[in-house]
Design a protein around this ligand. Structure first.
Ligand code: ADP
Ligand code: ZN
Ligand code: ZN
Length: 727
């Protein structure tokens, strides 16, 4: 009797065995519904074997195997398995969480005709079909076949007119190869002129294109505006022309529509699918299935898209590879960039990591010749040069309401030339602190180790970590004084100061508060492009990737706080962020300038920024990391733990610590409270382990993970974070 080993979304590091009389090897990768306790669960078949350690009286039978979608491929299952081993996370949870919601349900999925602008035509094989093989009573099939034979093509609406059920049959025929899908080309969209590559772009495209059929990791290091997208487009075109699929990972949902339309315009005959968390369940399923069936030529998505089934994968691109959003920060804490590289090696294809400021991990691999390196030093548009970056020394230029005189003058000039400017402050809300002037009390969150942020417009105090909201206090809860003062500034306060100083300018604030509504981004981008806005005020949401051709001035406020952070990655992050914001200026015909308000104009980071000198700063930071023994010179893992009581957490970590005694080549640190010691009412602490050898660390972690899983007495939530980027 065949036994199925099934992956289930259960937090236990094991597969679950079931009997299935009619199962065979070919069922590996299919979804299956099984009894689990009193419930029915859906899982994925990972193995079919003939024996099991489960005693016969406990062994249950599967309820049903879902055969309407093709099985997950062996490569994808190998990716899950690698991911589970490397991140020490139960395989069943890795597999199930990668699937679209509808495939995690206990129901078969209906494969509706998903894209209604497509045209369906009979293929050569379809034309040869012997109608006598179709049962006579199946009149619908006969009718559909006859219609397809008599018309050049059908669209989804025509199909529905035949019968609501005709779509299923059509879909089946597409799979059988009887029907081809032709994506409808929109005659209204003029094919854009394809620019002639700059010599730097052409070198980059040439180098990668020559090696499309082997695995290499390429770092495409191009300054902002150097035309990395055009390099991607050319490589994708070559991939598509070989009948293969391309996977493009990007950090931000807000960038997908922009990039998607660029791809659609260029590849009019190709199905392009976006996969990100902004889609509803049906949209996600539809995109996922099109990828799995090889119909989608290009899949564009955020980190989760790295798990998309792509049978004909020919190229992977990770844009803004340094972005921290590629690392998942809960559950399975994977790095989509690193998994993308693994996938590329699996498929023997190139992985292209694009960035204006590569992560130090990637740069280090370039210096060690592990990754290939391609550089775009100049902006692609003729005469567009990098903006001039200058510091405004706040020690001599005292700001008024946060704005210094040189910055105000520069804004004046910018507005007089009818150009746009952007004021960057990476903190939303009105002010980060509410302070009592007479006793020094500040408003703090009851559930987190954090201050409440003042949101003046809605007269609320808000915790940006847990979402807690409360009304403004009328008086100080500690001393009763009514003189409460917002201290420091966020985007709303800067917006207010700008409105006072530039009363006739049109100001638009862009942060998480102002972009919550659906489609808010589209509206914002449109109004910026149509020049309905003079001054943009915003957080790092604005920094990434967007092209604002009429923007000539960028002002940067409040960045000094990141210079002396305890997080060793803060400097790298700040540099990347400021390079990105600075990169918004002067992208097209007008030249740009960037002004940084700072009390530390001589800091090496600002000096490097002024010279657009990534390499010097990167090498300086790498030297510091080497001295201090930080990544990329060591490999780290963090054991994170949380519970309602701090004592429980620390007891657990102490026990975990004791398990690590007398190891060679592994350094284990003492348990310490997390940077946010309390979050959403939970006390948090962690224990860091590191090693100069990734392999040694992995062997140790596998062993440790087993021991930790066996500790049952502690009522503590814990997880391992391999290659952590937040502490
Ligand atoms: P990056 O992603 O490197 O910051 P983009 O890909 O956004 O840069 O390109 C910046 C601008 O340069 C875009 O407006 C793009 O259309 C333009 N561009 C790219 N390549 C060329 C080229 N070869 N000739 C002219 N313009 C180009
Ligand atoms: Zn007080
Ligand atoms: Zn909170």
């Amino acid at each position: 009797m065949p036994i199925l080993r099934v992956a289930l979304n259960i937090p236990l590091d094991t597969l679950f065995d079931y009997i299935a009389p009619d199962a065979c090897e070919a069922d590996i990768g299919l979804r299956v519904c099984v009894p689990f306790g009193k419930k029915k669960l859906t899982g994925v078949i990972l193995e079919v074997c003939s024996d099991t350690a489960v005693p016969p009286e406990k062994l249950k039978s599967v309820i049903c195997i879902f055969r309407e979608t093709p099985p997950l491929s062996a490569e994808l299952l190998a990716l899950f398995s690698f991911c589970s081993d490397y991140y020490h996370h139960p395989l069943g949870m890795v597999v199930m969480n990668s699937l679209p919601g509808k495939l995690r349900n206990n129901k078969p999925v209906s494969l509706k005709v998903h894209v209604n602008r497509d045209q369906f035509v009979l293929s050569a094989a379809g034309k040869q079909v012997d109608t006598s093989t179709i049962p006579a009573r199946n009149t619908l099939m006969h009718r559909l076949l006859a219609t397809l034979k008599s018309t050049p093509s059908l669209n989804a609406r025509d199909v529905r007119k035949i019968s609501p059920r005709a779509g299923h049959i059509l879909q089946d025929w597409v799979r059988k190869g009887w029907v081809d899908i032709i994506p409808e080309t929109d005659p209204a969209v003029a094919t854009p002129a394809i620019p002639k590559l700059t010599s730097e772009q052409s070198t980059a495209v040439g180098a990668i294109a020559e090696k499309l059929d082997r695995f290499d990791t390429w770092v495409l290091h191009g300054v902002t505006g150097s035309g990395k997208t055009e390099v991607y487009l050319r490589l994708i075109a070559q991939t598509l022309s070989k009948g293969k699929q391309a996977l493009v990972l990007i950090p931000e949902i807000s960038l997908t529509p922009q990039l998607e339309s660029v791809f659609r315009e260029r590849f009019t005959m190709t199905r392009i699918v976006s996969l990100h968390s902004g889609l509803n369940d049906s949209e996600r399923l539809s995109g996922w299935l099109q990828a799995q069936q090889g119909e989608a030529g290009v899949v564009l998505g955020t980190r989760l898209a790295v798990f998309t089934p792509l049978p004909k994968l020919g190229l992977i691109i990770v844009d803004e590879e340094q972005d921290s959003s590629f690392k998942q920060q809960d559950g399975l804490r994977y790095s989509a960039r690193d998994l993308a590289i693994f996938r590329a090696s699996q498929a023997h294809i190139p992985a292209v990591l694009g960035s204006a400021t590569p992560s130090l991990e990637s740069y280090y691999n370039v210096l060690n010749d592990r990754y290939h390196y391609l550089r775009l030093k100049n902006r692609a548009i003729k005469n567009a040069v990098l903006p001039q970056v200058k510091c405004i020394d706040l020690r001599s230029e005292k700001p008024l309401n946060g704005l210094s005189i040189p910055l105000i003058k520069a804004i004046d000039v910018c507005l007089a030339h009818r150009q746009q400017c952007l004021i960057f402050i990476n903190r939303r809300g009105y002010a980060p602190v509410l302070l009592c002037k007479s006793c020094g009390w500040t408003a703090v969150c009851q559930r987190c180790t954090s201050r409440l942020v003042v949101h003046l417009q809605d007269k609320k105090l808000s915790c940006h970590h847990c979402g807690y909201l409360e009304s403004f206090p009328h008086a100080c809860p500690q001393c009763g004084d009514q003189d409460m003062m917002p201290f420091g500034r966020g985007t709303q306060r800067v917006e207010e100061s700008l409105a006072m100083r530039f009363p006739s300018a049109r100001i638009l604030r862009i942060d998480r508060d102002s972009t919550r509504r659906k489609n808010a981004w589209q509206a914002i981008l449109r109004s910026v492009h149509q020049h309905e806005v003079d001054i943009l005020v915003g957080t790092q949401l604005l920094a990434k990737g967007h092209d604002f051709p009429n923007l000539s001035l960028v002002g940067i406020l409040g960045s000094d706080i990141s210079l002396y952070s305890t997080d060793f990655r803060a400097g790298e992050r700040l540099f990347t962020q400021l390079m990105q914001v600075a990169g918004r200026a002067g992208r097209a015909k007008i030249s740009g300038s960037v002004l940084i308000q700072t009390e530390f104009p001589n800091h090496p980071l600002y000096q490097a920024l002024q010279r657009h000198d990534y390499d010097v700063l990167a090498k300086t930071i790498l030297a510091e990391r080497k001295m201090a023994g930080f990544p990329p010179y060591v490999y780290q893992a963090l054991l994170r733990a949380e519970a309602h009581s701090l004592k429980k957490v620390l007891d657990f970590l102490d026990t975990a610590h004791k398990l690590t005694q007398s190891l060679t080549g592994i350094e284990v640190f003492d348990p310490v409270p997390a940077h946010m010691a309390r979050l959403k009412g939970m006390e948090r602490a962690h224990l860091l382990v590191q090693s100069g050898s990734r392999k040694k660390l992995q062997i140790f972690l596998a062993q440790w993970y087993k021991q930790l899983s066996a500790l049952t007495a502690h009522k503590v939530r814990w997880s391992l974070d391999v290659d952590p980027i937040e502490f």
